[in-house]
Design a protein around this ligand. Sequence first.
Ligand code: SAM
Length: 245
Amino acid sequence: TSYGFTEVEQGGKQGLVDEVFHGVARRYDIMNDAMSGGMHRLWKDAMVTALNPPKRPDYAVLDVAGGTGDIAFRIVESSGRQAHATVLDINGSMLQVGRERAEKRRLDGCVDFVEANAEDLPFENGRFDAYTIAFGIRNVPDIPRALSEAYRVLKRGGRFLCLEFSEVDAPMLDRLYDAWSFNAIPRLGRMITGDSEPYQYLVESIRKFPNQKDFATTIEQAGFSRVKWTNYTGGIAALHSGWKL
Ligand code: SAM
């Protein structure tokens, strides 16, 4: 690869992803707002509305690739601080920022943090009521393996929700989006973090990710039932939903 990170070349895709998120952890939340024009907040709110977590203290959610805690905090708040969320991420720097944010919001009693790989979850079978993953599955090298781990740790009747960049289905928006992602995002990345190459990689990884229908098929192949999706902002992002029945 031409990314210029030696360890990254040895670590392959996961190594590059780790390098990117170690580097940006402290600026990650600002980057998200800058790159999505604040839209990621609306998509995340919509995801949690779709989950509709019950106000029950025994309701347990696993938020994989949970980073700095955006999804987990929303879930806990929307359950009236009743539900429990576990934020799992492969990257200790992202989790550290998440821990500090949780303390500031006084959510540390309802949220805990686990450093682990989505492909190899350190939990027993049937432990969680819901599994969420937002803008994370695209970065995982072995997606079918992560999905079968999701299936394994869910209870029967458990819910799977995945928010990810997807295929834009409106022709005008498509062109605008291309211009934005191929030009503005790497430039913004350089302005805020001093390096544009990791952002170029992230934009390319969005292009390579399967479209809504193909990804739904992959989710079904992991065992999930009633798989469907909802597009947000013309398909810039999509929420896939499934059940372990
Ligand atoms: N879910 C958060 C959000 O929506 O703001 C963070 C998303 S961030 C774009 C992607 C996250 O995926 C990073 O924190 C990264 O460390 C994590 N990640 C990448 N590969 C992973 C893996 N194999 N297992 C678990 N987490 C991973």
